[in-house]
Design a protein around this ligand. Sequence first.
Ligand code: FPP
Ligand code: MG
Ligand code: MG
Length: 437
Amino acid sequence: VTPKMLLNNPVSLVSKEMNTLAKNIVTLMGSGHPTLNRVTGYYFEAEGKKVRPLLVLLLSRALSEIPIENRDRVKVDFADVPEDPVYSKPPQSLLFQRPAKSISPLHILHGIKPLNPLTRGPEPLPEEFDKDRGILPKQRRLAEIVEMIHTASLLHDDVIDHSDTRRGRPSGNIAFTNKMAVLAGDFLLGRATVSISRLRNPEVVELVSNSIANLVEGEFMQLKNTAIDRDTATINNGAQRVPALSSKFDNPVHDYRVPTTHNGSQITHETMIETAFEYYLHKTYLKTAALISKSCRAAAILSGARDSVVEDCYEFGKNLGICFQLVDDMLDFTVTSKDLGKPAGADLELGIATAPVLYAWKEDPSLGPLIQRNFSQPGDVQRTAEAVMNYNGVGKTRDLAHEYRDRALQNLRQSLPESDARSALEFLTNSILTRKK
Ligand code: FPP
Ligand code: MG
Ligand code: MG
């Protein structure tokens, strides 16, 4: 691969794996229920960025360039992924048999033979594993799992955020209803869990499972109850919500509920900001970076890499993930919904204060109460957006993203030998800062 090709397309190094990824995922998700197949497959039909699997695959290739004598030989996991189990059978009654043509359009789209509804599922696709390419079968499966978990979280996220578009199309909640979107996300997660366990590597199972929990923790940390009345069932029979949740502005999971005094003395504005950033970055790690960093770590473990390399791969994913979300939070202020393919300016509307707002708050302490009340009063959103402009919140967020980018690059250079795959990873890391959507 020439450097020029690489620059144009870092995907080219793993294009074979990327091409079969969607098909393999459809196979892993296949159920006996055509409608469920449609909903679970919906976000895979539109071309997503697929950053996470791309990273796992490129990192796996880069790791394969470490000479085997520099790895823990017994730990290199060359094993194939065990064959798929028969997950579930629909009822045997003739009434429930569907003609093949009613099977999900996805299968037509991806040129996969319709499932036999009675036995559930086609044979697993043959593993086109080519030893020379260096990517292990389990690392390929890991890439698929990561995309499945990510997609499950998007289905749920769009319900939580009341989004109406994703990837330039109606989001799952709009196209299929909240209920189906939630169930499809759960189903995807269930299947992803089956696939994780089939990696037969307890450390990797633990890591990837934990990253699912982290996603939820991160999402919980930014939960806002501004729309709580729209979200929940009507309370009948005198039943009551847990008292702490009943008042609109008394939310125990409030982001920036920092005490105003400490040991009897007033907490400075500076300390407030520091604490808010700490909270924000931790939330960002959980929400966005945990899945990437833990799957990078898992890819390194499967390759039998030594501890320091495993650590660097983890740190790489973490720094890159945080950089990625910082840019995401920046784009929310700078790009139109049309260009983004999803609602822009959504964070303020949702009551979420991200880095650009925290930087503005640092300069203008009077924004504190607006943040505290989730921008819920008329004019709050507008005033905060203006403060972000005036205090260059976006530019400062970009600078912070640069810092994380630099750390990520250092992690790569520290532990991985020079190779095309490493260059592609560096290219990808740099391109996060220039992305427009
Ligand atoms: C997108 O963030 C959402 C996430 C990165 C994670 C969402 C996690 C959950 C909903 C928890 C449930 C998790 C699973 C695995 C089912 P965003 O809303 O900032 O980005 P967006 O602009 O793309 O919507
Ligand atoms: Mg969202
Ligand atoms: Mg969200």
